[in-house]
Design a protein around this ligand. Structure first.
Ligand code: PGA
Length: 253
């Protein structure tokens, strides 16, 4: 009932020319793919060119971050409105690298997510625990706190454009993936929390992506779990062949 959504998070990689080369290949090879939604999140300077190249396809252009205000004296920031103007239709907020290195908190992530929804875009809200938090038995508590903050400004209508990405920090860029069972446990918990907030029918429609060292070799096992509805892919999204294999693995059987 949920169409899986696979998004490539390119992080701080690829010039405009490199980005165009990759999306051209994705466009050619994924143009006819059915049963799975696809997106790419280039660096902000490439969003416009990538979105233009993807016009008329079903591949969405996403941004990796935003500010919560629409305009004003915020040197260096980009608003959801400007990202939409450049061609983005989704914004990732609360990625663990933003939380770890750039001071994003559950509160600021909540403001960003609300601003994204208000601007008419889709929000991919990332949550996930560190290794110390997992080892300390605090995984679900940390996820609860991040969800409460991240979703604070999103109402039932806005939840129609909401995607959650569960990304255990210890699995990001480490080659160490959560097992399908570990991921499913947290995904099911997230859906319970979404149901408490938005009702079961709405929660049943919200996609929950898994992220953290997703590769062609582990994608199918992860995606076959009941509450895993696609992936947020970092490293493996930089190569067309790997990303395409992951997209195909996410198609429902
Ligand atoms: P990774 O990154 O696939 O390289 O682990 C995932 C992410 O940070 O979204």
């Amino acid at each position: 009932m949920r169409t899986p959504f696979v998004v490539g998070n390119w992080k701080l990689n690829k010039t405009i020319a490199e980005a165009l080369a990759l999306v051209t290949e994705l466009k050619n090879q994924l143009g006819a793919v059915k049963g799975v939604a696809v997106g790419v999140a280039p660096v902000a300077t490439a969003i416009h060119s990538v979105a233009k190249r993807l016009e008329g396809t079903q591949i969405a252009t996403c941004a990796q971050n935003c500010h919560w205000e629409a305009s004003g004296a915020w040197t260096g920031e980009l608003s959801p409105q400007l990202l939409a103007d450049a061609g983005a239709s989704w914004v990732i907020v609360g990625h663990s690298e933003r939380r770890q290195f750039f001071g994003d908190t559950s509160e600021s992530v909540g403001k960003k997510a609300a601003a994204v929804i208000q601007a008419g875009l889709g929000a991919i809200v990332c949550v996930g625990e560190s290794l110390a938090e997992r080892d300390g038995g605090r995984t679900l508590g940390v996820v609860d706190e991040q969800l409460a903050g991240g979703l604070a400004g999103i109402d039932l209508a806005g939840a129609a454009r909401l995607v959650i990405a569960y990304e255990p920090v210890w699995a990001i860029g480490t080659g160490r993936t959560a097992t399908p069972a570990q991921a499913q446990e947290v995904h099911a918990h997230i859906r319970t929390r979404l149901a408490e907030r938005y009702g079961q029918a709405c929660a049943d429609g919200i996609r929950i992506q898994y992220g953290g060292s997703v590769k062609p070799s582990n994608a199918e096992a992860l995606m076959s779990e009941r509450d895993i509805d696609g992936a947020l892919v970092g490293g493996a999204s930089l190569e067309a062949a790997d990303f395409i294999a992951i997209v195909k693995a996410a198609r429902p059987a």
